[in-house]
Structure formats: structure tokens, C-alpha cells
Design a protein around this ligand. Structure first.
Ligand SMILES: Cc1ncc(COP(=O)(O)O)c(C=O)c1O
Length: 399
């Protein structure tokens, strides 16, 4: 099938809920993708921060294939060694809390919302069910995730939302202090806001938010679905801000592209999820867990995260060099390999031109270009991507 055939078939039989680029990918290798017509692309989006170790990672492929041949699924009514092992690894690599496995980011946040309310109810905190979230956040598409997502454009037409959510401006400690009341059970926060354009927390904001939550007996829930798992150069972005949240949600790169999500909660909080309180048929599926063990083995191997930080600096430096030659780049920002440029105008057409020249990048928040390459991207690929990007930017003075 050619790309055109695939696109036509998708359009005929699938719902139109995605704005898809007219490209059909059939194969990947490392940071490279290949379309149905044989064209090669450099992937600086990585399935939106998912393909941490690159496409067709040999270790992941081998682990998945071995697991598929031995055991694909049993119910969570039983124990499975690969899931048991991954629980140990996820807990040890993050906050030391207890782990619940699900299949996606929105499910991990849904679990966190339920856990926070249940924990509050278990402590007899009458009426303390409110979740505070930050403006510009993105927490997923289920009713819980969407209600926590403080961006009206995602709510339009889907009201009424779940009650009990309150929003505060991102980065405003004073507003947060006022919003955390005796009705609040949790503050849900992305350490760096991904979907709204790699918005960075002001210095001191996250530690101060953690202190406020701690002093008031409110849970700090870090949505590390996009920022976590080495993306910013540490396993959790919170680490880089000196913060240990009570609850952490993970997904995206957790199994390098296979569907797996997780929520990790401090033991005392986790105990509110007793038998029958929450669950998932597929959550913690053995095949996904096998892939995830390879992800952690790689992330935790000596020097790997140092390399992510070094390559992030190299990439950011390159972006700043491009920005220094132009007037229409307002800001270069991000951490590790979670980077962005904010432009004066819309970036959609620039992303389209990059794609036409063989570079996959993402336009988000209207005027931002976002870069989330595999963490295994090479220096040469970073330089090549920067050069395609620069050639795809509008001619200064023109459109
Ligand atoms: C910070 C954050 N939270 C939650 C989600 C939702 O994850 P999923 O699409 O796996 O449900 C995303 C997805 O982009 C995200 O970036």
C-alpha cells in the first residue's frame, strides 16, 4: 500500500478526531522513521515523548518477543513475575512508594484523582475532595483527566465536567496558597507543562508548592507522564527541583511505545486502595512490563542520564545559536531533551515544512515548536535536525 492508499483508508473508516499529517509510517530504527513510500525522517517527536530508547530498540524487541512466546496475559487476580519485578524497579527508581499499573497517562491520573479522594475520605476529612490544578495543564481525556485539565478548549461541548476541581495560575505561589483550603485533598501539577508549550516553573515554585501541601496535609501529585523517565535528565523531573511528591503518575515512555501507565504513591496513601477499590484488566500486562524492564535497565545504566543532560545542553545551545541569527524566536526553553522554541507567530506551517524536509517536530500552543526526540538520539542527528529546522524557518522579513 502507498501512503495515499493508507491515508484514504484511515479517512474512510476511522473517526476524524485527530488532525493527522499526510504521512504513513511503516518502520522505525533509532531516531529514524520510514514512510510507506520509502522516505526517511528524523524523529524529534518520538511519538510525543514515548519512544525513549528509539524505534525498534533491539533489547525491547527481544524482551517483548520472548514474553509474547511465554505469557501474554493473565488477570490481575494472579501474580506474574515480570510485573512483580517491574513494580520493584519502578518503586526503587522513583519515590519508593507503592505502584499501581494501568495502560495510559489519563488512566494514571484518573487513578491518582480517585486515590486522593479516597485517602481524604479514609482520614475522615469531611468534604475535602477538591483537586487543585494549574492553568494550562494537560492531564488527559477521560472525565477525570479532562476535568483536571485547566484549558477550556478541551472542555467545550463535554460539560458538565466532574465537580470538585479548582484552578490556579501556573507558577503563582500566592494563588496556590489561597486555593489550598480545608476542602482540598490534592494539588495536581506537571513539573514542566508539556502540551501547553514546555512552560517552565518559576524558580522555587515546586519546592514551595511541596511545602504548602505538606504543611496543610494535602497530597502533592506530580504528573510526570511527559517529564518523567529520563526526559529532563533525571528519572523524575521533580528530582531536579529537589521535590519528592506524595503521588507520581507515569506513562508515555514507560514501555517504549507499548501501552503502560503507572501511579506511584507513598505507602500510607497507597493503603487507601484496598481490595476492590480500583483496577484494570490490562494494567501491568506482562508484555508491556517486559518492555518496561528494558527501559529502566537502560535509563539506570551508568552514564545514561548524564548523556541525556549533555545532549540536551548541546541541542539547547544549537537552538540558541539559531535564535541568535533571527528576530522571530522569542525564547528557547526546556530541560534535558524536552525543549521548545517560542516564536512570534504560528508554528504549524513551520512544522509542516520540517516534515516535508524529513524532520518530525510538533507545533503546540499555537506559537511553540516542541522537540522530544528519543533519549538515544546522537549528536550528529541533533546537528542534522537543527540544520533542517533552520532551513524550514520562514525567511526573515517574509512569511
Ligand atoms: C502531562 C500529561 N498528562 C497526561 C497525558 C495523557 O496521557 P495519555 O494520552 O497516555 O492518556 C499526557 C499526554 O500527552 C500528558 O502530556
Amino acid at each position: 500500500m502507498t501512503s495515499a492508499d493508507i491515508i484514504a483508508m484511515t479517512q474512510q473508516y476511522q473517526m476524524g478526531n485527530y488532525t493527522r499529517h499526510p504521512v504513513a509510517f511503516v518502520r522505525g530504527e533509532g531516531a529514524r522513521l520510514y514512510d510507506a513510500d520509502g522516505r526517511e525522517y528524523l524523529d524529534f517527536l518520538g511519538g510525543i515523548a514515548v519512544v525513549l530508547l528509539g524505534h525498534a530498540h533491539p533489547g525491547v524487541s527481544q524482551a517483548v518477543s520472548r514474553q509474547v512466546k511465554s505469557l501474554v496475559h493473565v488477570s490481575n487476580l494472579f501474580h506474574v513475575p515480570v510485573q512483580a519485578e517491574l513494580g520493584r524497579v519502578v518503586s526503587g527508581a522513583t519515590t519508593g512508594g507503592k505502584v499501581f499499573f494501568c495502560n495510559s497517562g489519563t488512566e494514571a491520573n484518573e487513578a491518582a484523582i480517585k486515590l486522593a479522594r479516597k485517602w481524604s475520605a479514609d482520614r475522615g476529612r469531611e468534604g475535602a475532595h477538591e483537586i487543585v490544578a494549574a492553568e494550562g495543564s494537560f492531564h488527559g481525556r477521560t472525565y477525570g483527566g479532562m476535568s483536571a485539565t485547566a484549558q477550556p478548549k478541551f472542555h467545550k461541548g463535554f460539560e458538565p465536567l466532574l465537580p470538585g476541581f479548582r484552578t490556579v495560575p501556573f507558577g503563582d505561589t500566592k494563588a496556590l496558597e489561597e486555593a489550598l483550603t480545608d476542602r482540598t485533598c490534592a494539588f495536581l501539577i506537571e513539573p514542566i507543562q508539556g502540551e501547553s508549550g514546555i512552560r517552565m516553573p518559576p524558580p522555587g515554585y515546586l519546592p514551595e508548592a511541596a511545602r504548602l501541601c505538606r504543611d496543610r496535609g494535602i497530597l502533592m501529585v506530580a504528573d510526570e507522564i511527559q517529564t518523567g523517565l529520563g526526559r529532563t535528565g533525571s528519572i523524575l523531573a521533580c528530582e531536579r527541583y529537589g521535590v519528592t511528591p506524595d503521588v507520581v503518575t507515569l506513562a508515555k515512555g514507560l514501555a517504549n511505545g507499548l501501552p503502560l501507565g503507572a501511579m506511584v504513591a507513598a505507602e500510607e496513601v497507597a493503603s487507601s486502595f484496598g481490595p476492590g477499590t480500583h483496577g484494570s484488566t490490562f494494567g501491568g500486562n506482562p508484555v508491556c512490563c517486559a518492555a518496561s524492564l528494558v527501559v529502566f535497565e537502560t535509563l539506570l545504566s551508568p552514564g545514561f542520564l548524564d548523556e541525556v543532560r549533555r545532549k540536551g545542553d548541546l541541542f539547547a545551545e544549537g537552538l540558541r545559536r539559531v535564535a541568535s541569527r533571527r528576530k522571530d524566536i522569542r525564547e528557547v526553553r526546556g530541560r534535558g531533551l524536552m525543549l521548545a522554541i517560542e516564536m512570534e507567530g504560528e508554528t504549524k506551517e513551520i512544522a509542516n515544512r520540517c516534515l516535508a524536509s524529513g524532520l518530525v517536530v510538533n507545533s503546540t500552543a499555537g506559537n511553540v515548536l516542541r522537540f522530544l526526540p528519543p533519549l538515544t538520539v546522537t549528536d550528529g542527528e541533533i546537528r542534522q535536525g537543527l540544520s533542517i529546522l533552520e532551513e524550514s524557518l520562514p525567511r526573515e522579513g517574509g512569511a
